[in-house]
Design a protein around this ligand. Structure first.
Ligand SMILES: CC(=O)N[C@H]1[C@@H](OP(=O)(O)OP(=O)(O)OC[C@H]2O[C@@H](n3ccc(=O)[nH]c3=O)[C@H](O)[C@@H]2O)O[C@H](CO)[C@@H](O)[C@@H]1O[C@H](C)C(=O)N[C@@H](C)C(=O)N[C@@H](CCC(=O)O)C(=O)O
Ligand SMILES: Nc1ncnc2c1ncn2[C@@H]1O[C@H](COP(=O)(O)OP(=O)(O)OP(=O)(O)O)[C@@H](O)[C@H]1O
Length: 441
C-alpha cells in the first residue's frame, strides 16, 4: 500500500540543454516518502528565448504535470515551496479541481474537487499575452492522430499558412498523418517517472488526468524552441460539455480540451509567449466529421480509438471496434460516407450491426438514465442528428440497427439539426485571420 502522505511537493523545473526535468516529492513533514522526475526532450534549446517568457512557461508545465503524481496521494494538497504568483495559483487550482474531476468521481474522492494548492505568494512579473496584432504567421499544429487535427491541417494549408506539425509521443497514426500531409512533424518525448507506475500497480489511486493541459504547455515550449508564433489545437465545441453533475459540480472528462481551459491558459501565459488557440472551437464533432469525410487520403491512416495511444500499445494503428470512441466516430462518419467506404476505415467491421454494443450507442444518444461515456465523444444532440441523417441515407436506412425499438424512439428536431451544424458565434478565441478558416470547415 501507499504511505500516508501530507503533501505532494512541486519543485522548480530544471532545463539542461534540451532536457526538461519536472521534479516532485511526496512528503510528510521532513520525511520524503517518494521522489519523481518526469523528463521531456525538446527539439532544440531555449537559450535564445527571453527568460521572462521561458521560465513562466516551464513553471506552468511543471504545475500541470504535477497532477499525474498528486493523484496517487489524493486528496493531499499540492505544495509549491518556492512559491507561486496569484495567476499560477489560479491556474493550478483550476486545472487540479476540474481536470481531476473524473478521477475524483471514479475513485469516490469528492475532496479532490476542492484540492488545495499551497505555497508562498510571489509577485506577478508581467501581464498576460494577447494574440499578436498582425495575426498568426508561423503555426505549430498539434496532431493527435485522429480526424480533428487532420481537418485543421487541411483547412490551414488551404488558407496558405506556414505549418509545422507537433506531437507529444510517437504513435503510428500521428506519424502516418504527418507523412500523408507531407509536413514536418516535431515529436517531443515525455517520460513519466516509472516509479509512479509501480505505485499504481501497488494500489495507489489512479485515473484520468487533464492530459491536454500538459500537451498544450509542451506545445508552447516547442513553439518557443522552433520560433513559431501560434500553437493550434483542434479541440471542438463539444468538449466543453460535461458528463455528469456530482457533489454540485460538473465532471467533464474533456475539461482541458474545453473553452474554459483555453481561456485559463491564455490568461496564465506570460506576455511574449506564442498565442494558444483551438481552430475548431466553434464547431461540433458532427460538422468536423462532415468535413473529414472529404479528406479521403487520410481515411486509412487516422485512428480515433484511444487504445492506439496507450504506452503499452503505441504501435497499434487499427480500431478496436468496441469502445465509446469507435462507436461515436462510426456513427458520426456514417452519414457522410458510403457504407463500403466506412467499413474500409473500420477494417471491414460494421459496428452498428454488433448487437452487443446497443447500450453503448444508447449512452451516446443520451437515453435517460445512461451516463455520457468518459471519453472524447460528442454531445447526444449530435448523435441524434447523425441518426436522423442515417435514416435518409440510401446505404443505411434499412439497417436493422435503426429498426431497434429503443433506437427508433430517438429523434432530432429540425432546429436541433440546424444548431448542430451552426458556427458557434462568440464561443471561440480565434483571431480575425483564423475565423474565416474555421467558418469554411
Ligand atoms: C490512452 C489512454 O486512454 N490512456 C488512459 C488510460 O491509461 P492506460 O493505463 O490504459 O494507458 P496509458 O495512457 O499508457 O497510461 C499508463 C499509466 O500512466 C498514467 N499516466 C499517463 C499519462 C499521464 O499524463 N499521466 C499519468 O499518470 C496512467 O494513469 C496510467 O496509469 O487510463 C488512464 C486512467 O484512467 C488515463 O489517465 C489514460 O489517459 C491518458 C492520460 C491519455 O493520454 N488519455 C487521452 C487519450 C485522453 O483521454 N484524452 C482526452 C483529453 C481530455 C483532457 O481533458 O485532456 C480526450 O481525448 O478526451
Ligand atoms: N499526442 C498528442 N500530441 C500533441 N497533440 C495532441 C496529442 N493528442 C491530442 N493532441 C491534440 O489534442 C486535440 C484533441 O485530441 P483528440 O484525441 O480529441 O483529437 P484528434 O486525435 O485530432 O481527433 P479524434 O477526435 O478523431 O480523436 C488534437 O486534435 C490535437 O490538437
Amino acid at each position: 500500500m501507499v504511505d500516508e502522505v501530507e503533501a505532494l511537493l512541486c519543485e522548480p523545473p530544471v532545463l539542461d540543454g534540451t532536457t526538461v526535468s519536472l521534479r516532485y516529492a511526496a512528503v510528510t513533514g521532513a520525511t520524503v516518502h517518494h521522489t519523481f522526475t518526469e523528463v521531456l526532450e525538446l527539439p532544440g534549446p531555449l537559450d535564445h528565448v527571453d527568460a521572462a517568457v521561458r521560465e513562466p512557461v516551464l513553471r506552468l508545465l511543471s504545475l500541470a504535470a504535477s497532477l499525474s503524481y498528486a493523484k496517487a496521494f489524493a486528496p493531499a494538497p499540492i505544495r509549491v515551496p518556492a512559491g507561486l504568483t496569484a495567476r499560477e495559483r489560479r491556474f493550478l487550482t483550476e486545472v487540479a479541481r476540474h481536470g481531476l474531476g473524473e478521477f475524483a468521481y471514479v475513485n469516490d474522492l469528492p475532496a479532490v474537487l476542492d484540492l488545495q494548492v499551497e505555497g508562498p505568494e510571489l509577485p506577478e512579473p508581467a501581464t498576460s499575452a494577447e494574440p499578436a496584432a498582425d495575426g498568426p504567421e508561423r503555426l505549430l499544429v498539434a496532431v493527435g492522430g485522429g480526424k480533428d487535427s487532420i481537418v485543421s491541417i487541411e483547412a490551414l494549408r488551404g488558407a496558405g499558412f506556414d505549418l509545422g506539425l507537433f506531437s507529444v509521443g510517437s504513435y503510428a497514426p500521428i506519424e502516418a498523418t504527418a507523412e500523408t500531409a507531407g509536413i514536418d512533424l516535431t515529436t517531443v518525448r515525455r517520460r513519466i517517472d516509472p516509479h509512479l507506475l509501480e505505485l499504481n500497480a501497488a494500489g495507489a489511486p489512479n485515473g484520468h488526468v487533464p492530459v491536454t493541459a500538459v500537451n498544450s504547455l509542451v506545445a508552447v515550449l516547442t513553439a518557443l524552441a522552433l520560433g513559431r508564433d501560434t500553437v493550434v489545437f483542434s479541440n471542438e465545441a463539444s468538449s466543453s460539455f460535461g458528463n455528469v453533475t456530482w457533489h454540485g459540480r460538473t465532471v467533464n472528462h474533456q475539461w482541458s480540451k474545453g473553452l474554459d481551459f483555453e481561456r485559463l491558459l491564455r490568461a496564465s501565459l506570460p506576455a511574449g509567449a506564442p498565442t494558444y488557440l483551438s481552430l475548431l472551437r466553434p464547431l461540433t464533432e458532427l460538422r468536423i466529421a462532415r468535413r473529414f469525410a472529404d479528406h479521403t487520403a487520410y481515411h486509412r491512416v487516422f485512428t480515433s480509438c484511444n487504445r492506439a495511444f496507450k504506452l503499452a500499445e503505441g504501435d497499434r494503428t487499427s480500431w478496436c471496434g468496441d469502445c465509446p470512441k469507435c462507436r461515436f466516430v462510426f456513427l458520426c462518419l456514417a452519414p457522410f460516407l458510403s457504407r463500403a467506404a466506412l467499413l474500409e476505415v473500420f477494417g471491414g467491421r460494421d459496428v452498428l450491426a454488433d448487437t452487443g454494443q446497443l447500450t453503448g450507442f444508447l449512452e451516446l444518444l443520451g437515453v435517460d438514465g445512461l451516463l455520457k461515456p468518459f471519453e472524447c465523444v460528442g454531445e447526444p444532440d449530435e448523435c441524434r442528428v447523425a441518426l436522423e441523417l442515417l435514416r435518409e441515407h440510401p446505404d443505411w436506412r434499412d439497417h436493422p440497427f435503426l429498426a431497434h425499438p429503443e433506437v427508433a424512439a430517438v429523434t432530432a428536431t429540425p432546429a436541433e439539426r440546424e444548431a448542430v451544424f451552426a458556427f458557434r458565434e462568440g464561443e471561440h478565441l480565434l483571431p480575425p485571420a483564423l475565423e474565416p478558416v474555421a467558418r469554411a470547415v
